[in-house]
Ligand binder design. Structure first.
Ligand code: SF4
Length: 369
């Protein structure tokens, strides 16, 4: 852990919220991200100091719309949500309890709220006959590379008979049964974090973690109206990736081991909190850890503009997207792919097959152009 602390510098480790943890699963092969996140480095501050500020942040309009839709779904003690769950899960639910865990007797302390969530979830899991309950703002936590991260409570957990479903409320529209795949994928990754955190909590309490359903309930507005509609989304794949990535972060020592002992991402802030570290020096430090850029990074990682420029400078095949990169396995740059295609570069044994396919593609392209 000392090594990770040195990599970060004197700043306290940056806590991970569910959105950040979900983003880990978006690019599990990237060592740079794994190291920076394990060390709790503020990637946004690093990207800004490097001159590549992250393009994220929701517009005030989107935030207002999201808040209004969430309030609509939850109004009347979750009456509308209960109607949706009744239809979707085919359950005879005349009534359900509604417990808001946003604070405990007016005290919003994360520690207290988490203890309260634990107590209520434990009770619900023990008493399988207990009536259905909606838990709004449950405060869950996950261990990320040795640190406990509390998860932002923008979620509802629904339990019936000791079985739990995570409910994600999102304000992007579902039109004729279809939503934007990128948005659904991001929501599924985020919900998988909650499924994992709730399963972990059940296991810690001595209950069967599989009592948390791997099908989450996604609630979105339907057909441009504000009327909510619910669908089940299977997040098993996202869970598997997330588990792998979190395990990788606990083994991050193997990635950190060969890095120079003096390496740090410290921004060298002065007394006023202004970063003073020379940009060129920080750039070299970040480049010490290999990246695996993919266009998806533009939606999920604060360092995306920096890594995109680095990949462009190198002419990396990474820029062409994950599918092309995987199909070109072992061919790192566009120049190398072109040289293999026109025969000016002789392939080694490992790349003989991809070279044959590239030559074939080059011939076909020449014939039709
Ligand atoms: S933006 Fe860079 S650091 Fe972040 S996941 Fe992509 S390649 Fe890795």
């Amino acid at each position: 852990m000392d090594r990770l602390d040195r990599l970060r510098g004197p700043e306290p480790p940056r806590p991970h919220d569910a959105r950040a943890i979900a983003a880990l699963a978006a690019n599990p092969g990237c060592a740079r991200r794994a190291v920076l996140d394990a060390a709790g480095v503020d990637k946004d501050a690093v990207a800004t100091h490097l001159g590549f500020p992250a393009p994220f942040g929701r517009s005030p309009f989107a935030i207002t719309r999201g808040d209004a839709f969430e309030a609509l779904v939850k109004e009347g003690g979750g009456a509308e949500l209960l109607r949706l769950l009744r239809e979707l899960l085919g359950l005879p639910l005349p009534l359900a309890g509604y417990t808001d865990l946003a604070d405990v007797g007016g005290n919003p302390s994360a520690h207290l709220r988490h203890s309260h969530t634990r107590r209520l979830i434990d009770r619900a899991a023990r008493d399988a006959g207990e009536a259905a309950t909606l838990y709004d703002h449950p405060l869950l936590r996950l261990e990320i590379a040795g640190y406990h991260s509390y998860l932002e409570p923008d979620v509802v957990a629904f339990q019936l008979g000791g079985r739990f479903h995570i409910v994600e409320i999102k304000s992007f529209a579902v039109v004729d049964g279809q939503a934007e795949p990128d948005k659904v994928a991001a929501a599924a990754r985020q919900a998988a974090v909650y499924v994992l955190a709730l399963s972990t909590l059940l296991a810690e309490l001595g209950h069967d973690p599989s009592r948390v359903s791997h099908e989450i309930v996604l609630v979105c507005p339907e057909n441009f109206a504000n009327r909510p509609a619910a669908t089940l989304v299977d997040v098993r794949r996202e869970l598997a990736v997330l588990r792998r990535q979190l395990a990788r972060m606990t083994r991050v020592g193997a990635i950190v081991e060969p890095l120079p002992d003096t390496l740090t991402f410290d921004l060298g802030r002065d007394d006023g909190g202004v970063p003073r570290r020379p940009v060129a020096e920080l750039r070299s430090a970040v480049r010490e850890v290999g990246a695996r850029y993919a266009p998806d990074c533009l939606n999920t990682c604060d360092l995306c503009f920096f890594c995109r420029e680095e990949a462009a400078e190198a002419g990396a095949t990474d820029l062409l997207g994950r599918q092309v990169r995987d199909e070109l396995g072992g061919v790192a740059t566009v120049a190398e792919a072109l040289a293999l295609a026109d025969g000016s570069l002789a392939p080694d044994d490992d790349r003989a097959e991809i070279a044959r396919l590239l030559r074939l593609a080059d011939r076909l392209y020449a014939e039709v152009s």
